[in-house]
Design a protein. Structure first.
Length: 132
């Protein structure tokens, strides 16, 4: 019981700079709106391509959450294509535009994991308009 209280006190004492800078399913909320803060960039992943052995490329983009936290999101291809259809392929045009976060439990390899998919703020993953 005392240890739980100490843990809570320590959590409040840790500066924000030590909080995760990466936006992922552990700190995302299904349905929340995020705002793009930069045009993003492709970078090498820590994962290797099974056929070539070379590092896979991933698209990383800056976002701001509804709470005002600035973080980095690694965007999957499905989300990229959905937003490119809405905002265009030049991600510089995405700055200050919003996306809706959709968290789905998907089979990844041999296990199921939560995955973030992004859609236009007014649409669901199937592209249907959301009613307010």
């Amino acid at each position: 019981k005392g240890r739980a209280i100490i843990t809570q006190i320590i959590k409040h004492m840790i500066p924000k700079t030590f909080e995760s800078k990466f936006y992922n399913t552990k700190n995302a909320e299904d349905g929340e709106l995020i705002t793009f803060t930069d045009e993003g960039k492709e970078k090498e992943s820590s994962f290797k391509d099974e056929k070539t052995g070379l590092p896979r490329m991933q698209f990383v983009i800056g976002i701001r959450t509804e709470k005002g936290d600035e973080q980095t999101l690694t965007m999957n291809g499905t989300s990229y294509r959905a937003l490119a259809d809405e905002y265009g392929e030049d991600t510089a045009d995405w700055v200050n535009k919003q996306a809706r976060v959709n968290i789905k439990n998907e089979r990844i390899g041999k296990e199921f994991k939560d995955v973030i998919y992004l859609s236009h703020p007014n649409k669901d993953l199937a592209g249907n308009l959301l009613s307010e």
